[in-house]
Design a protein around this ligand. Structure first.
Ligand code: GDP
Ligand code: IMO
Ligand code: MG
Length: 421
């Protein structure tokens, strides 16, 4: 069986930390989509580590880790990441596998991302500029280069043909970045990629599963950034919901077991696009400070607001979430009151469904339920019984609203700052 762990909001829900913890129970951790736009933070013996491409199970010594076919890989980022964590994890290379069908991000993909974003002006997505959109466009446009191609003699020629296509596209933009200066590092990184364990990911997983191994699929981004169901066009270019596990790893739907959905006790978003419960006032600023809400990949300040149960119920529905995990509950320790959106007023009508258009001129006003402040701090609490009553009531409300049980509550950055319910 394959269990799944994914974000239910706009990313950065704390997936890295939770996977690092849960990995103890699994034999294999597999990333199924996204790429170096992801930044998954975990702490290894007190040291902060941010993973972009490598699955977050790498620090559990028994775990094998697969970068699946649904991921887009920037070889330069991957090489840099490996170099950084090798001292912390000396046997890393023997436990890391890369699908031969994963697509590559080329220097010109990054140049196209930057040029296309700049041309959008005020309408820009707020992309991480890692080349994600252009790489997935080449994948669906049937032009892309895959990891397996680096092992073939024709790789350089394929690279040149694709780069030529990109140069034609770049002609329409002013101010194109000097991507040529990235080429040297790219080809060094391709050399390095050739030395990794490149496998046929779907057969590799199947044989491990037949041998009784347990797999956890690790999501990147969040459900509201899903290419089909997120706040389009302010989304990423992959399927971030559970459906992405099947196509991003070659797993049959009948093999999916538990689906863990992660949400913060409040909500954040980085980049552009609609965010109905955003707080642009002092409370939002306090959330950013208390939660240290700055992007793990780009360092940008994250937009902050109250938890949005309308969007969360939608995300739970899309992925068939079986267990909820609430992170950063400790961040709300000093907030009075705490709020949760339970419906929207859209076009003058009250609705608890996500409208088609929540961007642009559509005016969406969240309706809030107010909760009293926690009657004691959550930081430092070790078990469920010790949690403040006000927080437990908040949890019960969330569980009922979403129709899903909470399995864990996270109350700190450390691997073991986690309370099972
Ligand atoms: P991911 O992309 O979903 O893995 O999340 P990020 O790593 O981008 O952002 C989550 C941030 O919150 C990281 O800095 C984590 O160290 C931190 N974090 C995770 N869980 C908790 C928690 O329960 N409490 C607090 N205070 N911080 C947390
Ligand atoms: P993790 O895995 C938060 C956002 C970007 C931008 C939009 C599109 O750490 O949760 P892209 O680079 O994909 O073209 O950007 O998606 N975004 C994320 N936001 N966490 C992430 O990943 C994100 N990956 C992309 O900010 O708004
Ligand atoms: Mg992140």
């Amino acid at each position: 069986m394959v269990d799944v762990l994914l974000g239910l909001q706009w990313g950065d829900e704390g997936k890295g930390k939770i996977v690092d913890y849960l990995a103890e129970r699994y034999d294999i951790i597999a990333r199924f989509q996204g790429g170096p736009n992801a930044g998954h933070t975990l702490y290894v013996n007190g040291d902060k580590v941010v993973l972009h491409t490598i699955p977050s199970g790498i620090f559990q010594p028994h775990c094998l880790n697969l970068i699946g076919n649904g991921v887009v890989i920037d070889p330069v980022t991957l090489q840099g990441e490996l170099k950084k964590i090798l001292p912390l994890c000396p046997d890393l290379l023997s436990r890391l596998y890369v699908s031969q069908k994963a697509h590559l991000i080329l220097p010109t993909h990054r140049a196209l991302d930057a040029a296309s974003e700049a041309a959008k002006g005020k309408e820009k997505i707020g992309s991480t500029l890692k080349g994600i959109g252009p790489a997935y466009m080449d994948k669906t446009g049937r032009n892309g280069l895959r990891v397996g191609d680096v092992l073939t003699p024709g790789f350089r020629e394929k690279y040149d043909i694709l780069t030529q296509k990109h140069l034609q596209m770049l002609k329409q933009y002013d101010n194109v970045v000097d991507w040529k200066e990235w080429e040297g590092a790219f080809f060094d990184a391709i050399e390095h990629l050739r030395t990794l364990q490149i496998v046929n990911g779907e057969y590799w997983l199947d044989s491990h599963m037949k041998a009784g191994k347990k797999v956890l699929a690790e999501g990147a981004q969040g459900s509201m950034l899903d290419i089909d169901f997120g706040t389009y066009p302010f989304v990423t270019s992959s399927n971030t919901i559970a459906a992405g596990v099947c196509s991003g790893l070659g797993i049959a739907p009948t093999k999916i077991g538990e689906v863990y959905g992660i949400t913060k006790a409040y909500c954040t978003r980085v980049g552009g696009g609609p965010f109905p419960t955003e707080l642009t006032d002092e409370t939002g600023e306090e959330l950013r400070k208390a939660g240290n809400e700055f992007g793990a990949t780009t360092g940008r300040p994250r937009r902050c607001g109250w938890i949005d149960l309308v969007a969360l119920r939608y995300a739970v529905m899309l992925s068939g979430v079986t267990q909820l995990i609430i992170t950063k509950a400790d961040v709300l320790d000093n907030f009075n009151p705490v709020k949760a959106a339970t419906s929207y007023i859209a076009d003058g009508k009250d609705t608890d469904e996500l409208p088609f258009d929540i961007t642009g001129n559509a005016s969406i006003k969240p309706v809030y339920k107010t909760f009293p402040a926690w009657d004691a701090p959550i930081s430092g609490v070790k078990n469920y019984e010790e949690l403040p009553l006000a927080f437990k009531e908040y949890c019960t409300f969330v569980e009922r609203y979403l129709g899903t049980k909470i399995a864990f509550i996270s109350n700190g950055t450390g691997r073991n700052e986690l309370i099972a319910t």
